[in-house]
Design a protein around this ligand. Structure first.
Ligand code: FMN
Length: 370
């Protein structure tokens, strides 16, 4: 049998991974809505998926003010650390590795999640987006602009969350730098028109992310920090491409070479940008030459595409989202070319074990009585 590239072990800057398949970060809205802790269901869910070379958890809030949705976990207090500890132990017992995604929703939030306060972002600019609340989808109100003191406080909350992630037993952290959330809001012109050191030039708009990395690196090994970017995100989650978007991401990616990071995680655009003047469809092809470190690619991969992108060395690792929701044993299924469980849309967000921890493993499904 031909050796499959994705089954080869990988040295993630000193962290040995058993294969090159990564579970992409995915929020499932099942954390305690008041305490923002995770529970025994999360432990089962992540432990079931420990066959991945690396798991990246759902986005975890770096502070109370980072909140922007229902059932989101946090990583900013002792109770949350203790709740995550059970997950990291479970994954490690199965020989897996696990990073936590550090998240601040910024302007993409709602007063319902912020004790009645308005969401805050880099600038006050009108934009169209809705967030899911207990009343269904609600439009995001125009928020407020962060002061310089508040920016310093937010950067510090990332640093503090990094320290807590280490205490919770995570192998590392991933900074959520895409999907229209706070870091992305600083990078993008349509969400950041500040005229201080955090806005205006490409360098200034990149400063927020780079300062977060510098601060995190003071409390944890830089080799255990990953960054996720979604450079061509367009017409979704309040983000739009403009003339500066790709040049800004090029600057950021080149600047990441100054740090000895775990990886850069690039997300393929969620909408079709092939005809967009300012868009780049194949982000991994575009950015690979600019980045010297480990690259994870994400978005719409299957077995054949994974083999291809690893064989051509455009990426070092491939992350899977939706397929990991419905296939806890995804790596084994891909390795053996077994059939895949379909995704049940209705149970993606919220609820309990149904559609979360009850997707069958391949062997179990085969021997189950009909
Ligand atoms: C239910 C769900 C929740 C997600 N939550 C996050 C998240 O918390 N952080 C993040 O960076 N991306 C999140 N994503 C995006 C995925 O990580 C990934 O980019 C996307 O699903 C495309 O990969 P795929 O084609 O393999 O599913 C989420 C996606 C889904 C389907």
């Amino acid at each position: 049998m031909k050796t499959l590239s994705f089954l080869a072990p990988f040295d993630l800057n000193g962290l040995p991974l058993k294969n090159r398949i990564v579970m992409a970060p995915m929020g499932r809205s099942r954390a305690d809505d008041t305490l923002h802790t995770v529970n025994h269901l999360h432990r089962t869910y992540y432990t079931q998926r420990a066959g991945a070379g690396l798991i990246i958890t759902e986005g975890a809030l770096v502070s109370e003010e980072a909140n922007g949705g229902l059932g989101l976990p946090g990583i900013y207090n002792r109770q949350q650390i203790e709740s995550w500890r059970k997950i990291t132990d479970g994954v490690h017992e199965k020989g897996g590795k696990i990073f936590i995604q550090l998240w601040h929703t910024g302007r993409l939030s709602h007063p319902r999640f912020l004790k009645g306060n308005l969401p805050k972002g880099p600038s006050v600019l009108p934009f169209q987006a809705a967030v899911y609340t207990e009343k269904g989808f609600e439009n995001v109100p125009t928020g407020e602009e962060f002061t310089l003191d508040e920016i310093a406080r937010v950067i510090n909350s990332f640093r503090s969350a990094g320290r807590k992630a280490m205490l919770a037993g995570f192998d590392g952290v991933e900074i959520q730098g895409g999907n229209g959330y706070l870091v992305h809001q600083f990078l993008n012109y349509y969400s950041n028109q500040r005229n201080d050191q955090y806005g205006g030039s490409i360098q200034n708009r990149s400063r927020f992310l780079l300062e977060i990395i510098e601060n995190l690196a003071q409390v944890m090994p830089v080799q255990r920090i990953g960054v996720r970017l979604n450079p061509s995100q367009h017409n979704i989650l309040g983000m739009d491409l403009d003339a500066q978007t790709i040049p800004t991401h090029e600057y950021v990616v080149k600047s990441l070479n100054d740090f000895d990071l775990a990886y850069l995680h690039l997300v393929s655009p969620y909408t079709d940008v092939t005809d967009h003047h300012f868009g780049v469809s194949n982000v991994v092809q575009h950015f690979r030459p600019l980045y010297k470190g480990n690259l994870i690619t994400n978005g719409g991969y299957n077995r054949a595409k994974t083999e291809e992108v690893l064989r051509t060395q455009e990426a070092d690792l491939v992350s899977f989202g939706k397929l990991f929701i419905s296939n806890p044993d995804l790596v084994q299924r891909l390795a053996n070319d077994w059939s895949l469980n379909p995704l049940q849309e209705a149970t993606i967000y919220g609820g309990n074990a149904a559609g979360y921890t009850d997707y069958p493993f391949y062997e179990a499904a085969r021997v189950a009585p009909v």
